[in-house]
Design a protein around this ligand. Sequence first.
Ligand SMILES: [Mn+2]
Length: 436
Amino acid sequence: MVKIVQISDSHLGYRTRRGVINKWAIQNYSKPYEQEIYDLFLKVMTDISLIKNLDFVVHCGDMFHHPSKYSSYPPPEPARRAFKKGLDIFFNNTSNQIPFIYVEGNHGIFRGYEYTPFESHIQVERYSNLHYYKQRDLLTAIKNNEPLKLDFPAKNVRFYLFPYFEFQDYEVYETAYDNWIENQHPIENDGNINIAVAHGSAGDNTLHRKINSNDFDYDYVALGHEHGLKKLSKNHYYSGSLLPMNFKEINENQGYLIVDINNDTKLLNVERVFTNKLLQRSFKILQIIANPDQSPSDLEHLINNELKLFISDEGFNPKIAARLKFNFTGEVTIERNWQINEMMSRIRRDCFSQPDKFNILQIIWKIVDMSETFEDDISAGIIQDYILEHPDEEFKSFVSEKLTEDKSHFNVDKLSQLGMRALKNALKYMEKEKEV
Ligand SMILES: [Mn+2]
């Protein structure tokens, strides 16, 4: 039996951004939700270090929230300290006997740099049993056309490692990745337990189909990037992050997995530990149905009714203050839309200016007009609404015109396809950003 803990997407240094009261959890050190993630991370590192007969820990990426695509700030000091403390606890309690294997995600990396916060801000070399795989290792493996794997012959376990890589961004990358990935094909009946550890998701085209499928016959595939704990197939698992980060994620569970793999049958026994259950604060979406007959004071009454539940004698408490999102649905006229925005801004200001009364960390809102709900897919339709009548054709004639001017000989169809793909990706990203 081989026992593995799978953990992922810790996002140390994550802070709630929009509509948040300006209060510290620890003065001049960390913000409320940020501190909660550190505390929980340290608890989990302690708990897993005490598991009997544990053989390996795999962490599937996004240890730090920053830097990321839009922020080149390094992880903040408390995030670095939490991580180092977590490693110290883990390696001390396990007498440095249990390997901690990490593949890099899309968060916590300096884009385009060869070094990462693990090197610049954490002295990784201090941790001899931390096995750290970054994008650079992957690129080197691709360049040399060799596998990226880690062997533990004494235990008959072999890990195949897949740090995050946007291989679909350019065709040359995609082809190179397609070719390289055959190196990651385990040898049939080689006597090993073969495990893939990857950061990526089929949902945003960042997980290669050979990892996502059963093509390679891995005995177990540990995945990171999606924040909900879920089983994708017989042996593909996302452990998720430790807590929900945004309002989309409150309907999922988060936690970590304790996986036993039978050496002979290769059957998995997966125990799920749900850490989101430890969340002490309210984190919820409140539904308000608006209609044209309501007076503004009717509407305000509905909102205040919801907020009443968060009035507390003790006032603001960083550990349990609520994160709230109001969803306004129903028939929302333009005038009503305006009223709601103004009203909510005022209500939020009022709540946040009375921290001795309201125990609220965050208030945001979204106004969904009924008529919008029929078109919320990211299809050519949405591009059409915002930009062009017939995006494919118009884009093609634009490209062809430009190329004729330049007297170039590119493949117009191919270029148009690439352009359309870029547009769709951009729109997908915009939609995603809005939700955080
Ligand atoms: Mn990620």
